[in-house]
Each structure stands twice: as structure tokens, then as C-alpha cells.
Design a protein around this ligand. Structure first.
Ligand SMILES: [Zn+2]
Ligand SMILES: [Zn+2]
Length: 119
């Protein structure tokens, strides 16, 4: 298992749509356009994956990865981290509502392509 550094999804290495070697690390991507986005600015994603920071999907705060069960939550194969148990409780009430704000890739491919062209 590996973490797609662009969207944060968990990808199986043998099922990855693409992979890249950067500064001695191999990165795996869930879809080809995640790899294209990585190519546009590899340093940014490399640094982001090295610093173990996560975004609290409820309040948007940057939080550290933690083992404390009270402030993390596994959902759809991905672990989300929260600044406080209160945010986790809010997330529990309606996870789908907050996932759009997390690092999931847009479902709409053409929108994603537009983002690519702009950068
Ligand atoms: Zn991806
Ligand atoms: Zn929070």
C-alpha cells in the first residue's frame, strides 16, 4: 500500500495507474492525472508527503498525524485526523459532507484538466 501524494488516497502498488521516482522515493498514483499534477510541481508534493501533516476535514486546520483514537477516524479506507474530539464527532454525523473539503480528487475529469492547464 502507498499513499497517492496528490490526492491522499491509498493505492495498491500493483494496481497504481502511474508511478514516479522522485529524489529516491517512489510515488504511486490512483489515476494518471494525479501523476500529471505531480509532474507539474513534484517538489511541492514531495515536501507535503515528507511533513506528516493532515488537514482536519471539518474545520480545515492543519493537524499532526496521531495515534490517539479520539481524534482520528478511519473512513472509506483513509484515516482522517482532527484537531479535537469535537471535530471528530461532527465528522461522524455526516462524513460525506466533509469529505469534499478533504484531499479527494474532483470526480469531474474535465474540471481537473482545467486546473492542470491553469498551473
Ligand atoms: Zn490520486
Ligand atoms: Zn477541527
Amino acid at each position: 500500500m502507498a499513499i497517492d501524494p496528490v490526492c491522499g488516497m491509498i493505492v495498491k502498488r500493483d494496481k497504481a495507474a502511474a508511478h514516479r521516482m522522485y529524489k529516491g522515493r517512489r510515488y504511486y498514483f490512483c489515476v494518471p492525472w494525479c501523476a500529471e499534477l505531480f509532474d507539474a510541481d513534484p517538489e511541492k508534493f514531495h515536501l507535503a508527503s515528507m511533513t506528516k501533516k493532515e488537514i482536519d476535514p471539518v474545520c480545515g486546520m492543519t493537524v499532526k498525524k496521531t495515534d490517539k483514537a479520539a481524534i482520528r477516524k478511519m473512513y472509506n479506507g483513509r484515516t482522517y485526523y482532527f484537531c479535537a474530539p469535537g471535530c471528530r464527532d461532527v465528522f461522524d454525523t455526516d462524513p460525506e459532507k466533509y469529505l469534499g473539503r478533504a484531499t479527494e480528487p474532483p470526480k469531474n475529469k474535465s474540471l481537473w484538466a482545467k486546473l492542470l492547464r491553469r498551473s
